[in-house]
Design a protein. Structure first.
Length: 216
C-alpha cells in the first residue's frame, strides 16, 4: 500500500525532445510500454486544430481557406509547404498554436498527477512529456529533466523521404528550420542515440527507465 508521502508527491517530469524524424514517438511509446505516463504534445497539437476549435479559425484567418482540405480539416501537407518556406509564416502559426499546446500539456500533467494521488494503481512514478520544440518552449521550466532523442542528420533526411514522402528539397528545408542538433544536446540531461536498431533503442530506454524510477 502506498504511503501518504508517496501518494502526495509530484511525479518526476521528463521532457522528451528531438529533431524531426529522430524517432521521438518510438522512444515515447517504449517508455509507455514500461508503465510511464505519456503526455504527447504532438497529439495535443493535432487536437487543438480540429474543426470547431478556436485555433483552426485563427489559422484560417491568418493563412486563408487554401490550408483547409475537402473535409474541413487542416491540410497539414499544405501547411508544411507554407511554413517551412517562410519563417514569418512559421512564427505566426507557432504564435497561434503553441500557447494552446502549453495550456493543454499542463492540464493533462496535473490531471495525471491527480489520478496518481487517488490511486496507487495509476502506474509509474514519472511522466514522459514529449515536446518536439522544447529548446524554445516555456515548458522547459516545467520539466525536471530533459531527454533528447538524437540521430545523424542523414538519418533524419532518409526517414523524411521514406516516411513522409517529402521531396529532398522540402525535407532539407524542414531540417534547416528547426533548432540545431547542437542546441538540443546542450540542454540534455540524458540522450538516446536512435541511429541504430529498435533493439538498441529499446535497451537504452530500459536503462533510463530504471534511472528515472530511482530518481522518482
Amino acid at each position: 500500500m502506498a504511503t501518504d508521502e508517496q501518494t502526495k508527491r509530484t511525479p518526476l517530469r521528463i521532457g522528451l525532445t528531438g529533431g524531426i524524424a529522430s524517432g521521438k514517438s518510438t522512444v515515447a511509446n517504449l517508455f509507455a510500454e514500461l508503465g510511464a505516463t505519456l503526455i504527447d504534445t504532438d497529439v495535443i497539437a493535432r487536437d487543438v486544430v480540429v474543426p470547431g476549435q478556436p485555433a483552426l479559425d485563427e489559422i484560417v484567418k491568418a493563412f486563408g481557406e487554401s490550408i483547409i482540405d475537402a473535409d474541413g480539416n487542416l491540410d497539414r501537407a499544405a501547411m508544411r509547404q507554407l511554413v517551412f518556406a517562410d519563417n514569418n509564416a512559421r512564427r505566426r502559426l507557432e504564435g497561434i498554436v503553441h500557447p494552446r499546446i502549453q495550456e493543454e500539456t499542463i492540464r493533462q500533467s496535473i490531471e495525471a498527477e491527480e489520478l496518481r494521488r487517488r490511486s496507487a494503481a495509476a502506474g509509474g512514478d514519472y511522466q514522459i512529456i514529449a515536446i518536439p520544440l522544447l529548446v524554445e518552449s516555456p515548458l522547459k521550466g516545467f520539466v525536471d529533466r530533459v531527454l533528447v532523442v538524437d540521430c545523424e542528420e542523414q538519418t533524419q533526411l532518409r526517414r523524411l523521404l521514406v516516411r513522409d514522402g517529402e521531396s529532398e528539397q522540402q525535407a532539407r528545408r524542414m531540417l534547416a528550420a528547426q533548432t540545431s542538433r547542437v542546441e538540443r544536446l546542450a540542454i540534455a540531461d540524458d540522450v538516446i542515440n536512435n541511429d541504430g536498431s529498435l533493439a538498441d533503442t529499446r535497451a537504452q530506454v530500459g536503462a533510463l527507465h530504471e534511472i528515472y524510477l530511482s530518481l522518482a
